[in-house]
Design a protein around this ligand. Sequence first.
Ligand code: AMP
Length: 216
Amino acid sequence: MRLVLLGPPGAGKGTQAKILEERFGVPQISTGDILRGQVAAKTELGRQAKAFMDAGDLVPDDLIVAMMEGELRGKPSFVLDGFPRTVAQAEALDGMLQRLGLPLTSVLSIEANREALMRRLSGRWTNPRTGRTYHDEFNPPRLPRIDDEDGGPLVQRRDDTIDVVAERLATYDEKTAPLVGYYEKKGQLVRIDGLQPIDAVTQAVLSALGREAARP
Ligand code: AMP
């Protein structure tokens, strides 16, 4: 499985990527999680990325493409969550995969309207170690602010504030939404209704992948 999950912030890409990783052992590669790790570790990449992330802008393509060349090396299967985010990144990804002889299996666009995205992002809690997310209203942890899985503390991401969320959604519309047409033209795109409950979105994802039969 070599999958791209497209969709605006808050659509549920990370949630579905984690479910696919758990169910099929396909590694989730989340550029946002990797970048937050770099910022926390105060690396040179983290230092360069931080101001863009805090403002809700995209980190420049050359930094992201170089980072992803390293991440994809030696991984014959993956779920990409948050990459590509520009047409230039999608073209670079096509080139990388072509060189490796590993074309994408599919591209799923998880879609949701702005009102729902604002609601979801503003109530979101994240485990900074694993990237797993919860939501006060839609997917609460069993104990407040504690991850069900590893018992670690949950935090609110610094870019999940109202102002930065609005900027991230505007960035999505301007720079990432054109990718839907890019992959549609190539006949690789399946649209998924991300407004459904998490389980129903997973079912739609699995049926798009033709994987219903693999259910435990
Ligand atoms: P995410 O966790 O996917 O919402 O990403 C958080 C932030 O990391 C984004 O708002 C961007 O600043 C940055 N980022 C993540 N992925 C990319 C990417 N593919 N290209 C550029 N910036 C990215």
